[in-house]
Design a protein around this ligand. Structure first.
Ligand code: ZN
Length: 690
């Protein structure tokens, strides 16, 4: 349940406004790891000076990036964030090789991360065991005699991250953030998103055909005959399509009230008589609860009738498929691993080759033991001076938001006061947690990669479940320290910047202040603005979903946001696939507001330091350096398949529009580069919310 539910809860709660899409877990075979190229502050060689910054600033700031860094064959895209990610991956790899080398003097955490990694790397042993690690689960499915026995099995599945039919997890109560409650969510789909089952057009039809072939191949690899696998795959696809029919799409799920229906468990029992909820919860090791957030009641009604009408043979085939598709791919024998790669990474994302094994195992270890690994990483890579400097910048940008609120001409004094109260209540979390997670109860064995992954999943799920009914831990982190990402949580009302993103070029102690404000300043401003985007603004300073806006101010906000929706909806990502302005509204609002806040903070800092804003350094004025810093945060290119997937599932706009969409809304940019009103980067009508 952890992986899917924390995902669900994040997009459900919009709890996590991520800056990057998680960089794909990709893979290939062992190639020697060369120290990757680490980018420095502003890279002049990436500039395309033949381009006009007033026509296409992304091209100007990043046009030569791909000459130095074409997309490698083991990736679906490559950019500034990937470079930082690869640097961190290299550092973690060295750490894990040392920990894996063993020795009696290893600490408990070193034993765990070293043996987890070593077990993952031992592909010969994984192939020798073949399907044996899955046999007990497959036997359990085969032994099902009656649909009534399903409840217990589905409960067990929640613990090992198999979200067949539905998901179960915990969240902070939207309306009472100090309370932690159970949540159950729609689930059970194998395609990336609900609309994949229904969208028309050649690309969508091709994907569905490939998906059915992928299910067929998987079932064949676990022992079904060709004809049986083919017929099961069609039944499974029909069942998933029926589940998808009343599943909520990714855009609707961004609206908090759409995914919040707190219900008495006995009412949920009436809604879905086919599932024994008391049994389901106890098999998932939940404490006894009387209420639960049912994200999408309509889905559960449909689920109940599908459990009624679907024959046991189809259900069993579906469970076999879900079990295999949910498994940690690094624990799969080669043929199955290759099949999973072929559909999920190659066909869906255009990635030509699997990543080297060591990269996949570094990521798997970070996923399972992130704070054990992160403790060593943070000590080595994130000096106290970086922590102090970035914290100072966070404070500067929070002050900038206070000034920005004061200056807004459309908001009433009443709402401004409440916005400021929320701003002052935001907690800043920088680098790594104050208290580290205790993994002593998690058993890691050097010869048991499948068992390690399963035990890590159960360990994490039990940790999540244990929160229900307890006070909220305000020190908890939702990302590991090496993560190249950041987030805002509306229920916690906190902004979180792992050490992994506070690295060059985003934050470079050797760079000009202007560049750092454009890079990491924009990112800090982005997370802060999430507290005030279309989702975040619905939560108050205590993290509760409650409307603190006057009706008139709320209406004005929506009109301004609508300008952003229309602006981004016109951007074409690839062929016929455009950016979804509604799905990306929160992220676009955060990108635009974030850079404006960073700009205000940068000007204040320059004034404090008596910096001459007209004096060029290395060919650029400080204001130009600021915008170039922002532009170069998003350098890179993306394969067309990945771009299509991104605009259909990801609330973040493609990199080009994260640059151009923002600067074209800032007349300060046009002035700095001498653009004329009416040029693409300096349109007549700019959009501005914050
Ligand atoms: Zn974001």
């Amino acid at each position: 349940m952890k992986a899917p539910i924390s995902l669900a809860v994040m997009s459900v709660t919009g709890a996590i406004g991520m800056l990057f899409c998680t960089v794909a877990s990709a893979q290939s075979n062992n190639t020697a790891a060369a120290q990757p190229d680490q980018p420095q502050g502003l890279e002049e060689r990436f500039l395309d000076t033949s381009a006009d910054p007033c026509v296409n600033f992304f091209q100007y700031a990043c046009g030569n990036f791909a000459k130095y860094h074409p997309i490698p064959s083991d990736r679906s895209g490559y950019g500034t964030g990937t470079m930082v990610f690869e640097h961190n991956e290299y550092v973690l790899h060295t750490m894990l090789d040392n920990a894996a080398a063993g020795g009696a003097q290893r600490t408990s955490n070193q034993q765990k991360i070293g043996d987890y990694y070593a077990a993952c790397m031992d592909t010969a042993a994984i192939d020798r065991k073949n399907l044996r690690p899955f046999q007990a689960e497959l036997d359990r499915i085969a032994a099902l005699k009656d649909k009534r026995e399903l409840t217990a099995l589905l409960g067990h599945y929640q613990l090992i991250n198999v979200n067949a039919f539905l998901g179960l997890g915990e969240q902070q109560d939207f309306k009472e953030a100090s309370k932690q409650i159970a949540v159950t969510d729609q689930g059970g789909l194998g395609l990336p998103e609900r609309d994949y089952y229904f969208r028309s057009g050649d690309a969508a039809e091709k994907t569905r055909k490939q998906y059915v072939e992928h299910i067929t191949n998987t079932l064949r690899l676990i022992g079904e005959s060709d004809s049986e696998a083919e017929s099961d795959a069609h039944s499974i696809f029909q069942l998933e399509t029926a589940l998808a029919k009343d599943s909520m799409d990714v855009t609707s799920r961004r609206e908090p009230k759409n995914v919040y229906h707190l219900m008495a468990v006995e009412d949920l029992q009436k809604l879905t008589p086919r599932l024994d909820w008391a049994r389901f919860l106890s098999e998932s090791e939940f404490p006894s609860v009387t209420e639960i957030n049912v994200t999408n009641p309509g889905f559960f009604k449909t689920l109940n009738s599908l459990l009624d009408s679907t024959d046991l043979k189809t259900i069993k085939a579906y469970l076999r498929w879900q079990l295999m598709a949910s498994a940690d791919s690094t624990a799969l024998p080669k043929a199955l691993d290759d099949e999973m790669f072929d559909f999920t990474r190659h066909k869906l994302r255009g990635q030509p080759e699997q990543q080297p094994r060591w990269k996949r195992c570094v990521q798997a270890t970070d996923g399972a033991l992130g704070e054990a690994l992160g403790q060593v990483y943070a000590a080595q890579e994130f000096p106290p001076s970086s922590k102090a400097a970035t914290l100072q910048m966070v404070h500067d940008i929070e002050n900038a938001m206070g000034q920005d609120l004061d200056a807004l001409d459309w908001m009433s004094p009443e709402t401004k006061l409440r916005a400021k109260a929320k701003l002052h209540a935001i907690a800043d979390k920088i680098g790594y947690p104050d208290q580290w997670r205790d993994y002593s109860k998690l058993l890691v064995q050097r010869d048991d990669p499948y068992g390690n992954a399963e035990r890590a999943a159960i360990f994490e799920n039990l940790r999540q479940i244990a929160k229900i009914g307890k006070p909220v831990d305000r020190h908890e982190w939702g990302m590991s320290p090496p993560t190249v990402n950041a987030y805002y949580s509306p229920s916690m009302n906190d902004i979180n910047f792992p050490a992994g993103i506070l690295q060059p070029p985003f934050y470079d102690p050797k760079s000009a202040d202007a560049e750092n404000y454009g890079h990491i300043g924009g990112i800090i401003g982005h997370e802060l603005t999430h507290g005030f985007d279309d989702q975040g603004r619905q939560f108050d300073g205590n993290g509760n979903l409650s409307d603190w806006w006057t009706a008139d101010d709320g209406k004005k906000f929506e009109e301004k946001a609508d300008c952003t929706v229309k602006e981004y909806s016109n951007f074409v990502a690839v062929d016929d696939a455009k950016v979804n302005g509604k799905l990306t509204l929160g992220e676009n609002t955060a990108d635009n507001g974030g850079l404006r806040l960073a700009f205000i903070a940068f000007l204040a800092d320059a004034k404090r330091k008596n910096i001459d804003l007209d004096q060029k350094q290395d060919g650029f004025t400080p204001i130009q350096q600021f915008f170039l810093g922002h532009g170069q945060s998003w350098c890179g290119s993306t394969r067309p398949e990945q771009l299509r997937l991104q605009v259909q599932t990801d609330p973040h706009s493609p990199r080009e529009f994260r640059v151009n969409g923002v600067v074209q809304n800032m007349p300060e940019f046009g002035r700095a580069f001498g653009c004329k009103t009416g040029q693409p980067m300096m349109p007549q009508n700019a959009c501005r919310v914050w």
